[in-house]
Design a binder for this molecule. Structure first.
Ligand SMILES: NC(=O)c1ccc[n+]([C@@H]2O[C@H](COP(=O)([O-])OP(=O)(O)OC[C@H]3O[C@@H](n4cnc5c(N)ncnc54)[C@H](OP(=O)(O)O)[C@@H]3O)[C@@H](O)[C@H]2O)c1
Length: 341
């Protein structure tokens, strides 16, 4: 069926291309029920692009914000920026990739809730042989996030005490493991006993509940507070996170799993000890090939040397993406969530 496209040479493609792409798309802003499965034309790789057959796609919190309308998108909308798979076709001008090679990405693709996706070859990441498809799909977004948070947003040093929320979550478990590998002391929060055990298994030194966590952090640190808080929970933890900081400490607000933080009076930072607050996002920390190579090289090496284990909390068939969102939003999940076509 290789006659689907009218591509100019030297695009490379095999003879047995499928006719269609199976996607899951949000038909309007709303709850998980707005998702539908659909068949759409197989996308054609433009210049510089790769067409990839999805082995597994990652589910991330940002897609719930896009589906629900917190982040504006045009509907119908196929979510997903993170997936791994094998190259099925290669666009004009791409060098260094071959058909069948495994790649992964979390930033240079769109619409990865699908059986096939396009990715900008310059930002795709070749998957080393000793990394499984599952690891390759699970690592990029949460792994690169944890990497930039502790190496670039606030560079954690050995011996420092750090507070990071939701320690049984996807980013939370990776953050804890990478922080421990750096020699930091990790305090984290979780909402249930079962999640507390998971956070502890990931290496957390102190696992707290959310109630009164700031007071407990001050006790653990002999009244000093921590140098940095990594807060992806947002609305419900923001005030306590500020209270947990040492003088001139930094609150890194990197998400809003409990809701977005409302407008805030900057004088509060002065009163609480000349604090810093930043609201980073991954794309500001994958700015060029050098940064990308640095982060992925360290992450792949952490996987192979045993510093990092990826905990796949659940894998759902692609058509059940709505159930994955429902579970993620209702705090039922731990670790990474994957979709398989
Ligand atoms: N800025 C960036 O670059 C970036 C990149 C990736 C992810 N993120 C953010 O990082 C955060 C974590 O992402 P993730 O994919 O790893 O998710 P996750 O941590 O696996 O899931 C979110 C967790 O947040 C906790 N939580 C606390 N209050 C909650 C509430 N009201 N509703 C739902 N969950 C609540 C839950 O753990 P407990 O039940 O234990 O509290 C829940 O399991 C998200 O806010 C996401 O947007 C940001």
């Amino acid at each position: 069926m290789g006659n689907l496209w009218h591509m100019s040479e030297p695009t490379v493609y095999p003879e047995d291309l499928p006719d269609t792409n199976t996607v899951v798309r949000a038909t309007a802003a709303g709850g998980p029920e707005v998702f539908e499965s659909a068949q759409t034309p197989l996308p054609e790789p433009g210049p510089g692009q790769l067409l990839v057959t999805t082995a597994a796609a990652g589910v991330n919190f940002i897609e719930t914000y896009q589906r629900s309308g917190v982040y504006p998108v045009d509907y119908p909308f196929v979510p997903g920026t993170e997936a791994a798979g094998r190259i099925l076709a290669i666009g004009e001008g791409v060098e260094g990739y071959s058909l069948g090679q495994r790649v992964t990405t979390c930033e240079a693709a769109t619409g990865t809730y699908a059986s096939h996706f396009l990715v900008d070859a310059a930002k795709a990441v070749a998957v080393p042989d000793d990394i499984t498809d599952e690891q390759a799909a699970a690592l990029p977004l949460q792994g690169a996030t944890a990497h930039y948070l502790i190496n670039s947003t606030y560079r954690v040093s050995p011996g420092q005490t750090v507070l990071t929320h939701a320690g049984a979550g996807g980013v939370g478990q990776i953050l804890t493991q990478l922080l421990k590998a750096k020699g930091a002391r990790v305090i984290t929060t979780t909402s249930t006993e079962q999640k507390a055990q998971i956070a502890q298994d990931a290496g957390a030194d102190h696992v707290l509940g959310y109630e009164n966590f700031a007071e407990e952090v001050l006790q653990i640190t002999n009244g000093e507070g921590v140098a940095v808080v990594y807060d992806g929970v947002g609305k419900d933890t923001f005030a306590g996170s500020l209270k947990s900081l040492a003088v001139r400490g930094m609150l890194v607000l990197f998400g809003g799993a409990s809701g977005q933080v409302p407008p805030f009076d900057l004088q509060e930072l002065n009163k609480a000890g000349g604090l810093f607050v930043t609201r980073p996002a991954l794309h500001w920390y994958l700015r060029n090939a050098e940064e990308r190579t640095w982060r992925y090289t360290e992450l792949f090496s952490a996987l192979t040397n045993g510093d990092l284990t990826l905990n796949i909390g659940a894998t759902y068939p692609l058509a059940e993406a709505g159930r994955a969102h429902e579970d993620l939003e209702s705090r039922r999940t731990t670790g990474k969530l994957l979709l398989t076509p």
